[in-house]
Design a protein around this ligand. Structure first.
Ligand SMILES: [Zn+2]
Length: 163
């Protein structure tokens, strides 16, 4: 069986800036409100697969790290990133941005596309679930980039672990 969180309805959202280097439209710094939708599959251990409140808290923690930040993919080969005093200089070919370090949320991906954000969030959530009392065997995450478009991925976890 499975349980599910709707990011829009459960307020598991974040607003953030990003860009897709060299993309005609998305190459300019711009923002979205994202919602994180989660479905977890597993067997019940006692009453729950995982407590809704615990799962919501985990997703909310991930959202809060990204919320109101400029998201930068630190492994994007199209970017040249260097520290400069209290700021970060990001060269993207013909463009250069200088941003305060506190405004940036670096993620260990090669892009900030919805697909990459989804894999990042799913990985973070899997790590959090694996250190909790749960019986989750599969995790599905869908990141909506605004209403009406999103990217999803599925991760299989080791058999649920009861701590
Ligand atoms: Zn965008």
């Amino acid at each position: 069986m499975w349980i599910e969180l709707d990011g829009w309805m459960a307020k598991l959202r974040f607003s953030a800036c990003h860009l897709i280097p060299h993309h005609l439209k998305c190459g300019r710094l711009h923002g979205h409100t994202y919602a994180v939708n989660v479905r977890v599959h597993g067997r019940r251990s006692g009453e729950f697969i995982i407590d809704f409140e615990l799962l919501k808290e985990m997703v909310a923690q991930i959202c809060s790290r990204l919320d109101h930040h400029v998201i930068i993919a630190e492994n994007d080969p199209r970017l040249s990133i260097r520290k400069d005093g209290d700021g970060v200089v990001i060269d993207i070919g013909e463009k250069t941005y200088r941003l305060p370090i506190d405004d940036i949320a670096f993620i260990p991906t090669d892009s900030t596309s919805a697909e990459s954000l989804c894999m990042y969030v799913a990985g973070e959530l899997a790590r959090m679930i694996e250190t909790s009392d749960h019986s989750v065997s599969r995790l599905e995450v869908r990141i909506d980039e605004g209403i009406g478009q999103g990217a999803g991925c599925t991760l299989d976890l080791d058999d649920g672990v009861s701590l």
